[in-house]
Design a protein around this ligand. Structure first.
Ligand code: ZN
Length: 295
């Protein structure tokens, strides 16, 4: 009977894990939808516009063409977009691809976040300080990702990064680094000198390079906001090797995109924001594996 018991418990765990991952995907999709709305709000604020389709913009989501207020059913991430085939239910105007891309991509990234949460809440011997600190780091990561998604949508649509958001992101990143230091200390492998050295190396390689490109190219190659986005990424990763990977990967994706863009529209202007963010997400989730490559 022992085998049966093990089997049942194991199956319970598998089902629980699947439920957790589905919930995380849904949570990510909701935040992806929120990020897109926030990007539009920032845009309207910047332009000084208070109305859309003749209606005043309030807390509720509305169609930007006709001002139709979305009902709860029309506001379900991914699902509503697919059911309405990306159009407003009332006026039939296209909602845009950025919306569903933002929802699906952040949903998928949150699957990864769920993957990080799972071992912490099912830790052998119950949840202790170690797990609580890890969960704190994951919570901060959730905030970081949401802000990054607003920035990615904004940069992708209008080729700019709102300074307020960049400042908030930098503050959150510093908090992340602080909690990470405490977490390392609790696990008994914290050395102040080494931690700071790795952090400075990370900042120098990623934010430093973007800052230099910005200064040297006189904003032609790299925008002013890019180094302010590279800075929190460097602070969160906290290691020169991971920073180098982000630098390499973001430029690699941007180059491929740039070539396609040049063929399609003959324009060579690239906004680095979304690529930096994609590269950060990839490196963050692969960081344990990438660190093994180093030694
Ligand atoms: Zn409409």
């Amino acid at each position: 009977m022992r085998g049966d018991f093990w089997y049942n418990k194991h199956m319970d765990f598998v089902i629980m894990k699947i439920i957790l991952l589905i919930l995380f995907f849904a949570f990510g999709a909701v935040l992806g939808s929120f990020a897109c709305c926030q990007a539009w709000r920032f845009r309207y604020k910047e332009l000084g516009k208070r109305t859309a389709g003749g209606k005043t913009i309030g807390k509720r989501s509305l169609c930007l063409s006709c001002g139709h207020q979305l009902s709860a059913v029309e506001n379900i991430p991914v699902f509503s977009w697919l059911v309405q085939r990306g159009r407003c239910k009332k006026c039939g105007k296209k909602i845009g691809v950025a919306e569903i891309l933002s929802e699906i991509s952040l949903g998928l990234v949150f699957l990864g976040v769920g993957w990080l949460v799972w071992p912490e809440i099912t830790a052998v011997g119950g949840v202790g300080w170690k797990q609580i600190l890890s969960l704190c780091l994951i919570l901060i990561l959730v905030i970081v990702l949401t802000i990054m998604w607003i920035l990615a949508v904004y940069d992708g649509k209008w080729g700019k990064l709102p300074t307020v958001l960049l400042v908030v992101l930098n503050i959150v990143a510093v908090i992340y680094a602080g909690v990470r230091a405490i977490s390392l200390a609790m696990n008994g492998n914290f050395e102040m000198g080494l931690f700071l050295l790795e952090l400075i190396g990370s900042i120098a390689i990623l934010a430093g390079v973007y800052f230099l490109l910005y200064i040297i190219s006189d904003e032609k190659l790299v925008g002013g906001g890019d180094w302010l986005l590279a800075l929190p990424i460097a602070i969160i990763l906290g290691h020169w090797w991971l920073a180098l990977m982000v630098l390499f990967l973001s430029n690699f994706i941007a180059s491929i995109y740039g070539i396609i863009q040049k063929i399609k529209t003959k324009s060579s202007k690239i906004y680095f924001g979304p690529f930096l963010i994609i590269a950060f997400v990839a490196v963050f989730f692969l960081k344990d594996w990438l660190m093994k490559l180093l030694w």
